[in-house]
Design a protein around this ligand. Structure first.
Ligand SMILES: [Zn+2]
Length: 482
């Protein structure tokens, strides 16, 4: 009997590969095909760029290569961290990316730490615009112990006559990897405990196939895999560490697609709806070269680009003389602005190589500041002793919060930098990762403020409100502090 059944299933499998469209429509055929298209850490990279085809390229591939149809047997899922990134998404607090992801047909996303970057109120607003939910079984309110009302632990989705339970997890590192104030009211609970509690519920509601989407890294995915297998989870999609892999581990398919829409992961499975079991499963990673663009998504991306152009042309200040790229006033203005928006720190350091353009005499626009500070660098907060800080100084590093004097480095409060005292120091993630500097040795676990290194300058310029009568250049400190 068993052999016959296998033979029948093999024939069905063969026929469904040959005649996918017919099979998907057939109610009496027990073998159902499901295709999962998976991305994580999209970080707002909707525009085609020199690395990938962005969202238009992705949809172009899905439609032309994978045969994607919104009402087909396709499940589009995200591993979280959808919005914070290039200006086109960051300047709209993710709103533009939500519209694009709706068009891409996502069914659910895991909750990423960066979903909190623009505050919980903004997250709620984004959710009201989204056609899909954000899932996390392991976030709870600190006071009540209840799960938060803006996320769901899981959903059950009917696809091709199969009830699919999709459960979410978020990284337990959220409190240190987004702005801590934004998540002070929540606790992030252990993955295994929450999964063990929630899975029986998911099954009792009829889930036949179970998929876990977690904003968690490869190592954590592997640690969870044996329990996941025991609980009946077939696939774990990850995120957060921007890793690129697909593998079978402990009886579970693990996938992660890198980041920024460079790639996507594809899982194709055949499910026997009579026996309630997965017959076959195959996974792959697909690159997203800028080959075939989907026109409708491209037009939405262009719409946001043109709206953004209005934002970029906003006048935020005026200078009556050129502020030169390599001048102390430029360097001091930039690092001073960091301490202006982040007064909890005492010292701010950046590299002159990250300052790319002069500011010409006349109006200063947001776009000019994007030219001066063009990189997607974010500001990190480190705890360094005076000795460690001095060891990290190089000829291309400029700073705020201290001045080099004959007596040593003098701080803003007129005290002298002490070798053994610890200071709160801001730097950018580029410098932090630079191998000739010892930042990583001195502070293994810096706090990522998620503030782009240009944003403080924009905020500071708006705050000063310079005009032709009160030009910004008269406010600047023209003395080198090195
Ligand atoms: Zn993350």
């Amino acid at each position: 009997m068993k052999k016959i059944k296998i033979l029948i299933l093999a024939l069905l499998l063969f026929s469904c590969q040959q005649q996918t469209a017919n099979l998907n429509q057939s109610d009496d055929n027990p073998v159902k095909r499901i295709v999962i298209l998976y991305t994580n850490d999209e970080h707002g990279w909707m525009e085609p760029n020199d690395k990938n085809g962005g969202a238009p390229g992705l949809m172009g591939l899905w439609k032309n290569i994978d045969g994607f149809q919104i009402d087909g047997p396709f499940l589009v899922l995200s591993g979280g961290d959808m919005w914070t990134g290039p200006a086109i998404s960051t300047l709209t607090s993710g709103q533009s990316m939500v519209e694009v992801m709706n068009m891409l047909g996502y069914s659910a996303a895991a909750l990423g730490n960066h979903e909190f970057d623009f505050s919980v109120d903004t997250l709620r607003k984004r959710l009201s615009e989204m056609d899909f939910p954000i899932l996390a079984a392991n976030i709870r309110e600190k006071d009540s112990g209840n799960r938060t009302d803006f996320t769901q632990p899981y959903i059950i989705k009917e696809l091709n006559d199969v009830s699919i339970g999709i459960i979410g997890l978020t990284t337990m590192s959220v409190p240190t990897t987004t702005k801590p104030d934004h998540v002070a009211e929540y606790i992030f609970t252990p993955y295994a405990e929450e999964l063990s509690e929630i899975i029986p519920q998911v099954k009792s509601e009829g889930a036949e196939l179970i998929i876990l989407i977690g904003h968690i890294c490869h190592e954590e995915m592997r640690e969870l895999a044996p329990l996941a297998h025991e609980l009946g989870i077939s696939i774990i999609g990850g995120g957060h560490c921007h890793q690129l892999f697909e593998e079978q581990f402990a009886g579970v398919t693990l996938i992660q697609s890198g980041s920024c829409y460079d790639n996507y992961a594809r899982v194709e499975l055949f499910f026997d709806d009579f026996a309630d079991t997965v017959i076959s499963i195959s996974s792959s990673i697909q690159a997203n070269p800028d080959s075939i663009r989907d026109i409708s998504i491209e037009s939405v991306v262009s719409k946001w680009r043109s709206r953004l152009d209005k934002t970029l042309s906003e006048v935020i200040g005026y200078t009556s003389s050129e502020i030169q790229e390599k001048s102390p006033e430029m360097q001091n203005m930039i690092t001073d602005s960091w301490l202006f928006v982040y007064p909890a720190a005492q010292i701010a350091l950046t590299n002159t190589g990250g300052i790319r353009q002069s500011i010409s005499q006349g109006n200063i626009t947001v776009e000019i500041i994007f030219g001066v500070l063009p990189f997607e660098n974010s500001i990190l907060e480190l705890d360094l002793t005076g000795r460690e800080l001095i060891d990290c100084l190089r000829s291309d590093i400029v700073f705020s919060g201290m001045v080099n004097t004959v007596d040593g480095y003098k701080l803003a409060d007129s005290s002298i930098l002490h070798s053994d005292s610890t200071y709160k120091v801001l730097t950018n993630d580029y410098l932090y990762s630079r191998p000739d500097l010892n930042y990583q040795k001195y502070d293994e676990d810096p706090y990522d403020t998620s503030i782009n290194y240009r944003q403080p300058l924009i905020d500071w310029l708006k705050n000063v409100n310079s005009t032709t009568e009160k030009p910004i250049n008269v406010h600047l400190d023209t003395k080198s502090r090195r």
